[in-house]
Design a protein around this ligand. Structure first.
Ligand code: ADP
Ligand code: MG
Length: 773
């Protein structure tokens, strides 16, 4: 029996899925596998676990719910606990670095990567009576794999007399990859479609597609607020930086007094914690970046060579996305909207903002935002304010924001594009799919008829938007996935029942990289049809929750007291952007503020064994020094003055703890602890560490361009810092941030190669340099 508060019960009863509880539960009781589709906001995620709980599914075993995004796992567990009037020990969550699961947990929300890991140690998932795979339409890699695995686990559990139910939930009806794939489910599972009232949404395209969509979004929001009747505004942009920039500008424009202090506090915090970027964040730069990425996208993904090591780890959140419905271009219902129809030049913004009557309640939303701050979108808007949420595509389907009537859609998203074969990747801003655009528009029609302002033209929409986004598994490298599957005993990954299989070449490329790494053993020529066998090293590597090459570095470190250093180094290398100037959107000129840090970094590296480890030494010292400052309660100041990202430092720490535990559990005779005051390695240790780096990064070796062979003086100057690498035609250059730039050693290994553009010229740079002798 669940004791809900009257207010909660009242809100629940308004959700479309409540009307179908009986039918939904009957179908689930009678079928082992069920697919539930229903528009975003119909109540799937918050209500279905409750139905199951009330039907007794949590009595002996747990109800497990997976989410592709960490944000959703946390937010939904909290919401369901609240609705059911249960504690967070009973309705809990688990994501890669944290959770509140307890022995009392009955309903467990987790990221799909976490469940994947659990299957490795308990293939039949015996702790669970039901698994709900939520947001299956997003087609994240792990959700896809889980569907495949569970299609086999469910019948096995049935045979053992302890049945497991599988519920696949989707925000769209586009589920044929699941229902019509007979390799996956011999018998197509029943599909329940939750009918959901959706009010009409009028779509407004721009006449032209502005490059600077952030500025355009700002103008649009001002206009809506100044000229249109009440109703919340939801703005979609591509990333955290854009979100924060817009939030700041809008708050400044329409301040809300009582909360101003709070807002200012937030801003200061954000400014401190985030990037040097804000200061140097001019629109021109944004435009340049977008132009750059667009060109790239149009040029059929000509990818620069960038690191594959920090790509998705198990349990990481994604910024994936998708679908729903839309209306006509410029429909006849023009009522209040004339003023907004796009295309006309905008009056000066100051003019517009001169006489705002009503304060705007502006809230940011993105995955890395703390959960209290995320939760503000659900709290009541202060008297007399209009709600305005600026979000990444998290708000597309994962979280339903109440009271939205106007959607401003930039039509873009940030994605990491991969070269399938080399694993080389780059962050780019691309157009979303038509399905995503419709889903975003749909957010405006939940409470009444709404409006969606698309910051792009209908021609761009028609010709440049894909119908649907591709499943992740068809666009990302599958190395660690393959290793994980192999360690589960799935030898013929080719035969795995994928909802949509990755292409053969991609699988082969991953297999080859793993063989070079020593995780798989090359097949003898007389057994060509056998898959390469997993080596003992491969088995060890697969236990670590980091990219395979880092797993290998850990596996090799059981000597000379190296493990604490390798753990620290691997953790630092696995977390993005510990040191600030290496931002994702790198520009040619390293920010002045970041330059200021350069000297400090030189000093960090210069401790005797400077030449031995180079840039990785800087990372080690930075993490060590930050930990020390943290132990004295001075982390924020320390990070600010030394150009470290505080959030990254705390992730590095969590990863260190996790890796250390893993090692203590799995390596006999080792009892490590995470030493906050890790001393710099000795010379001998540094030399060994270099060997280990080389073992993991053997394919990232570069050699200095032989200057003595070049006669032309000008050319010699140009190539002073140039290196040749095995898989790039043109030489790449040492980046100004490298502490080895002055030394220019003959042979080096590098962590990452990336491309920078300046106008029309582009140049490859190498980062994270270690010299080899
Ligand atoms: P679906 O999964 O079908 O998209 P949800 O179950 O996530 O739908 O949401 C159902 C409703 O619950 C939505 O109207 C949403 O706004 C509301 N809701 C979700 N979380 C909260 C919260 N923390 N506070 C208030 N309302 C919430
Ligand atoms: Mg949901």
């Amino acid at each position: 029996p669940v004791n809900r508060l009257a207010k909660v019960q009242e809100a629940r009863l308004r959700l479309p899925i409540l009307a179908e509880e009986q039918q939904v539960m009957e179908t689930i009781n009678e079928n082992p596998i069920v697919i539930v589709a229903g528009a975003t906001g119909s109540g799937k995620t918050t209500q279905l676990p409750q139905f199951l709980y009330e039907a007794g599914y949590a009595q002996h075993k747990m109800i497990g719910v997976t989410e592709p995004r960490r944000v959703a796992a946390i937010a939904m567990s909290k919401r369901v606990a609240h609705e059911m009037n249960l504690s967070e020990r009973e309705v809990s969550y688990l994501i890669r670095f944290e959770g509140n699961v307890s022995p009392a947990t009955r309903i467990k929300f987790m990221t799909d990567g976490v469940l994947m890991k659990e299957i490795e140690s308990d293939f039949l998932l015996n702790k669970y009576s039901v698994i709900i795979l939520d947001e299956a339409h997003e087609r994240s890699i792990y959700t896809d794999i889980l569907v495949g695995l569970l299609s086999r686990i469910v019948p096995l559990r049935h045979k053992r007399g302890s049945p497991l139910k599988l519920i696949v939930m989707s925000a769209t009806l586009r589920v044929s990859d699941f229902t019509e794939n007979t390799r996956l489910f011999k018998q197509p599972p029943p599909l329940i479609n939750v009918e959901c009232r959706q009010y009409p949404v009028t779509i407004h395209f721009q006449k032209r597609t502005p490059e600077d969509y952030v500025a355009e979004a700002y103008r649009k929001a001002l206009k809506i607020h100044n000229q249109l009747p009440e109703g919340g505004i939801l703005i979609f942009v591509t990333g955290q930086q854009e979100v924060n920039l817009l939030v700041r500008k809008l708050r400044r424009c329409f301040p809300y007094r009582q909360q101003q202090e709070q807002q200012q506090q937030d801003e200061q915090q954000d400014e401190q914690l985030e990037d040097v970027a804000e200061e140097n964040f001019d629109m021109k730069r944004v435009i340049r970046n977008i132009r750059k990425s667009k060109k790239k996208f149009l040029a059929q993904m000509e990818l620069p060579k960038i690191n594959l090591d920090d790509y998705k780890l198990p349990g990481d959140d994604t910024e994936a996305d998708m679908h729903e419905q839309a209306e006509e271009d410029h429909s006849d219902d023009e009522e209040e909207l004339d003023a907004l129809s796009a295309g006309e030049e905008l009056e000066g913004v100051s003019e517009l903002s001169s006489g705002p009557k009503q304060p705007l309640w502006v809230l940011p939303l993105y995955s890395l935002l703390s959960s209290e701050k995320q939760n503000r979108i659900f709290q009541p808007v202060p008297e007399g304010c209009r709600l305005c949420v600026v979000s990444t595509n998290v708000a597309e389907t994962s979280l339903t924001i109440p009271h939205i009537k106007y959607v401003v859609d930039s039509g873009r998203q940030k994605t990491r594009l991969y070269d399938k074969l080399t694993g080389v990747s780059a962050f780019v801003v691309t157009y979303t799919s038509k399905a995503s655009a419709e889903q975003r528009a749909g957010r405006a029609g939940r409470i009444s008829a709404g409006h969606c302002y698309r910051l792009y033209s209908s021609a761009v929409y028609e010709h440049q938007f894909m119908e649907f986004g591709l499943p992740d598994i068809q666009q990302k490298p599958v190395d660690d996935l393959m290793l994980q599957m192999r360690s589960m005993g799935i030898d013929r990954v080719v035969h795995f029942p994928f909802p949509t299989p990755p292409d053969q070449l991609q699988l082969q490329a991953a297999e080859q990289r793993l063989t070079v790494l020593g995780a798989l053993k090359a097949t003898p020529s007389d057994a060509k049809d056998l898959p390469p066998a997993m080596t003992p090293l491969g088995r060890v590597i697969s236990r670590f929750p980091v990219a395979p090459r880092f797993g290998k570095m850990l596996a090799l470190s059981h000597q000379q007291g190296l493990l604490p250093y390798t753990v620290c180094l691997v953790a630092a290398l696995s977390v993005q952007e510990v040191l600030q100037e290496t931002g994702v959107q790198r520009t040619e000129d390293v920010a002045p503020k970041a330059n200021k840090f350069h000297e400090k970094r030189q000093r960090w590296a210069a401790s005797g064994n400077f030449q031995l480890l180079g840039d990785p030494m800087v990372l080690l010292r930075a993490v060590g020094a930050a930990e020390y400052a943290g132990s004295r309660g001075q982390l924020p100041e320390f990070c600010a003055t030394n150009g470290l990202r505080q959030k990254a430092i705390s992730e590095v720490r969590k990863l260190r703890v996790q890796l250390t535990n893993e090692i203590n559990l799995n390596v006999s005779g080792v009892q490590l602890s995470v030493d906050p005051q890790l001393k710099p390695p000795s010379d001998a240790q540094a030399r060994f560490l270099r060997q280990i780096l080389l073992a993991g990064m053997g394919d990232r070796v570069a050699r200095k361009v032989p200057l003595s062979e070049i006669t032309d003086k000008e050319e010699r100057r140009r190539l002073k810092y140039a290196y040749n690498t095995p898989d790039m035609v043109d030489p790449a250059f040492l980046h100004a941030s490298s502490v080895l730039k002055q030394k220019t050693p003959e042979w080096i290994i590098y962590q990452e190669a990336y491309e920078l553009r300046n106008g029309d010229s582009e140049k490859m740079f190498l980062r994270g340099i270690t010299a080899i002798e």
